[in-house]
Design a protein around this ligand. Structure first.
Ligand SMILES: [Zn+2]
Length: 118
């Protein structure tokens, strides 16, 4: 009798990967640009690297940076709630004012601080 357990585990792992990749707007292995906003100073950081590396960046955790999402109607960057909340509440991806779907990409201010993630 052949056990099905190992392949089942792999399948689960694959599902998790697909879900993780599906959150990004670009292909997983490619370099992406992600905006993060400082909760107090509103400093705009632009992380450049692979999306999963950016998500695990220590600066984001230490300074409790919020992921920035751009509203094309207000032409403004909004700070998103934590990813767990965004995944549970689809409304969190909409602009609180105009209900425009927010994008991870948009024109960044000139004062942006660019951080290359190796
Ligand atoms: Zn807006």
């Amino acid at each position: 009798m052949v056990s099905v357990r190992p392949s089942h585990t792999h399948w689960l792992l694959l599902m998790v990967l697909i879900i993780a990749v599906g959150c990004g707007s670009t292909v997983s292995q490619d370099t992406v640009e992600r905006s993060y906003l400082h909760p107090k100073s509103k400093t705009h950081y632009l992380f450049v690297g692979k999306s999963e590396e950016i998500l695990n960046h220590s600066k984001i955790r230490e300074e409790k940076l919020s992921m920035g999402a751009y509203c094309s109607t207000c032409q403004k960057w909004h700070a998103l709630p934590p990813m767990e909340v965004v995944q549970r509440q689809p409304k969190a991806r909409l602009c609180p004012k105009t209900k425009t779907p927010l994008s991870f990409e948009g024109p960044v201010p000139e004062s942006v601080i660019r951080i290359e993630v190796p």
